[in-house]
Design a protein around this ligand. Structure first.
Ligand code: PLP
Length: 468
């Protein structure tokens, strides 16, 4: 399996699985993407229908590894990664209406779906690092949930220091505490005076800075890293099979609460691999650059608006570049041109027939905070189910498009409601109990550094932490 960058096709950016995982971002600033997407035959798909989550990991992920990981290694990593997810099902499905289902992806150690990929990725990193006798410095940006999932996955790892940038004052108290109260010597939390887009831009600049990168062996755990997206592809198969099994349903739809477009893009990859997915609904909050794009073909940046679903308070969705590359006929020079137009003018537009082709799969909806709260309320009243605001955005979008969907819809429930207790209790006046593990979190000491949104400041900080 070979990978290419979305921004150039020279041999320097054609890589194998291990370098794609280790580098995260291609050196030209583009995102790695497989040269070809493997496709399961209908016979293979039939054989996969009754597989366990871990068995599906092997089937899906092995296709992308080349000789880098064996099937046995993937199986061991998967068993280890998901051993503490929930009690009897890693990813339970709950029926909300005849047609709409919720897929709970928050039973991992930090209570958001980010655990699915980061538990897996950290173990892949370990194998590769031990094999190569290397140490790395992980640099990541978080809108709230990636940070804690990465810290949980890499804490006390002697081969990796981990530095996480979060936008100061823009994550929930619980999310911040989850990151800043973990007591391990290899963790550094930085609160950036800016928004998530600023954090992500700093991380990308560090990764493409050759000298600095070489000095610290930088690695990325954001969804610019293909390994993140790949691990998430698995639950699309798992949940679709569950919903289709023994029924007349020949296809499914997904509604995905979307910020950086990593999760929704993983669904698209599942579709390309042969999973019969009809539509993928891109459900955003008022930061609706992506949902608008799928309506009018215009990708236009505006100011980040703080909402009650802060993990999606994002304008510039990194993974969108992977889809754009395909939309622009796999032409990296066009991707560079569109990205340049975007940074010069703040927007670009694709041709109508391109939008039409994208709409075969993707449709979008932006959901206001008011509608999000109403949906939390009605779900509690109708189903006795407490959902978090991100899930609510996805569910609201599913209801909105329900009339037009062929087959059932699966809404990805991306976070546990306790992570966003303020928003939930303002809707339904219910305070869910904190899980045992987090009972004392609000009384623990926090450790983090507040730094300016400035590249040199961050570089100096990283220089002071180095263990490579
Ligand atoms: C990260 C996150 C999202 C958005 O996922 P993307 O892959 O960035 O689109 C949605 N909900 C929650 C709770 C998240 O943590």
């Amino acid at each position: 399996m070979h990978y290419i960058s979305t921004r150039s096709h020279n041999t320097k950016t054609t890589s194998n699985f291990s370098s794609v995982i280790m580098e995260g971002l291609a050196s030209d600033g583009g995102l790695y993407i497989p040269k070809n997407f493997p496709k399961f035959s209908s016979l293979e798909l039939e054989n996969m229908i009754n597989m366990s989550y871990e068995e599906l990991c092997v089937e899906v992920i092995f296709k992308y590894c080349g000789t880098c990981l064996t099937k046995e290694e993937i199986k061991i990593i998967a068993l280890d990664s998901y051993k503490n997810f929930g009690t009897n099902d890693i990813a339970p499905i709950i029926k909300v209406t005849d047609n709409i289902n919720i897929l709970e992806l928050f039973h991992g150690p930090t209570l958001a779906f980010k655990d699915f990929a980061l538990q897996f990725l950290s173990k892949v990193f370990n194998i590769l690092l031990e094999r190569e006798g290397k140490k790395i410095t992980i640099i990541g940006a978080t809108s709230g949930d990636t940070g804690s999932a990465a810290i949980e996955a890499f804490k006390n790892n002697s081969l990796a220091n981990i530095i996480i940038l979060h936008p100061e004052g823009k994550v929930s108290d619980f999310q911040r505490k989850q990151m800043t109260t973990v007591d391990a010597g290899n963790i550094y939390n930085i609160a950036i005076d800016g928004n998530f887009d600023d954090c992500q831009a700093l991380v990308k600049k560090l990764l493409v800075d050759k000298d600095f990168n070489n000095k610290h062996n930088l690695a990325s755990i954001n969804s610019i890293n293909w390994g993140r997206v790949l691990a998430q592809v698995v639950y699309y198969f798992y949940s679709a099979f569950k919903v289709m099994k023994g029924k007349d349903n020949k296809s499914v739809n997904f509604s995905v609460p979307t910020g950086n477009f990593g999760d929704a893009y993983a669904g698209y990859v599942a579709k390309k691999m042969g999973l019969p997915i009809e539509k993928i609904i891109i459900a955003t909050n008022s930061n609706d650059i992506l949902s608008n794009f799928f309506k009018n073909g215009i990708y236009k940046i505006s100011k980040v608006i703080p909402t009650i679903s802060p993990s999606m308070d994002i304008q510039l969705a990194s993974n969108f570049e992977r889809l754009l590359y395909e939309t622009l006929d796999h032409d990296p020079s066009l991707v560079r041109e569109y990205m340049k137009t975007l940074s010069n003018t703040g927007s670009f537009k694709i041709r109508n027939e391109k939008l039409k082709a994208l709409n075969e799969t993707f449709i979008g909806l932006g959901v206001s905070d008011e509608a999000t709260i109403e949906r939390i309320k009605s779900t509690y009243n109708n189903n006795s189910l407490v959902i978090d605001p991100h899930t609510s955005v996805g569910l609201e979008a599913a209801y909105n498009y329900n009339y037009s969907l062929k087959g059932p819809c699966i809404v990805l429930s991306t976070a546990h409601p306790v992570k966003f207790a303020d928003a939930v209790s303002s809707a339904i006046n219910i305070n869910s109990d904190l899980p045992e593990k987090y009972k004392n979190i609000f009384s623990l000491d926090e450790k983090y550094h507040s730094l300016k949104n400035n590249l040199d400041t961050i570089k100096n900080f990283i220089d002071s932490t180095s263990n490579v």
